[in-house]
Write a protein that binds this ligand. Structure first.
Ligand code: ZN
Length: 78
């Protein structure tokens, strides 16, 4: 009888993927659902919240940060 399958065990690392894009920030008003523009820092979305609060009186917001990861085979012994 021949070999049915071969399993290779390897260690993998998970790192923040920086080659394509950094984190993405976006905020949303919890009262009306309007959203800030997408930005690569929180500064723009934060400012949008303040302007939105001033204009509408809405004071509750939700911030979302999307971060990208990349897995790769671990290098060297562990
Ligand atoms: Zn609102």
């Amino acid at each position: 009888m021949g070999v049915v399958s071969v399993w290779r065990i390897a260690d993998w690392d998970l790192d923040v993927g920086t080659s394509d894009s950094g984190s993405i920030y976006k905020h949303q008003c919890m009262s009306c659902g309007q959203k800030s523009s997408v930005a690569t820092t929180a500064d723009g979305p934060d400012e949008w919240c303040l302007r939105h609060a001033e204009r509408t009186g809405h004071t509750e917001f939700r911030g979302t940060v999307t971060t990208f990861f990349r897995s790769s085979l671990a290098q060297g012994p562990r």
